[in-house]
Design a protein around this ligand. Sequence first.
Ligand code: CMP
Length: 138
Amino acid sequence: MSNRTFTMIKPDAVGSNYIGGILDKINAGGFKIIAMKYTQLSKEQAGKFYEVHSARPFYGELVDFMSSGPIVAAILEKDNAVADFRTLIGATNPAEAAEGTIRKQFAKSIGENAVHGSDSDENAKIEGDFFFSMTERF
Ligand code: CMP
């Protein structure tokens, strides 16, 4: 079990000025920010990041949305980081997200769902390496 996960605050949440509110919940949840970056993905980069979903019917919509505006990417540290962060963000569909979760409070819809969280230790490493070089994280 690794102690790191990767997150993005998505364009819907950045556009709604929720960066501060979401970072507060991340810190209150016991996560330490190890690396952080405000950036915007090109369509090509978003397509590559979400390549595992390329066969899904929502892939085109997902790539368009994730490249539509700025995002905040971050690497987070905590014991049991991947699983605990997925608990903190709540279900993919905010209509099903538990009370107190980030998606319950900030997400608009299943597609525009405020935050991403890695689904495994392996993907946390791949996704963190996608955004951050060795000199940008600690
Ligand atoms: P994320 O955790 O970033 O990983 C894949 C994303 O695909 C997911 O969050 C959702 O934003 C998006 N997604 C999943 N299911 C759907 C769907 N049915 N329609 C649109 N987007 C979806």
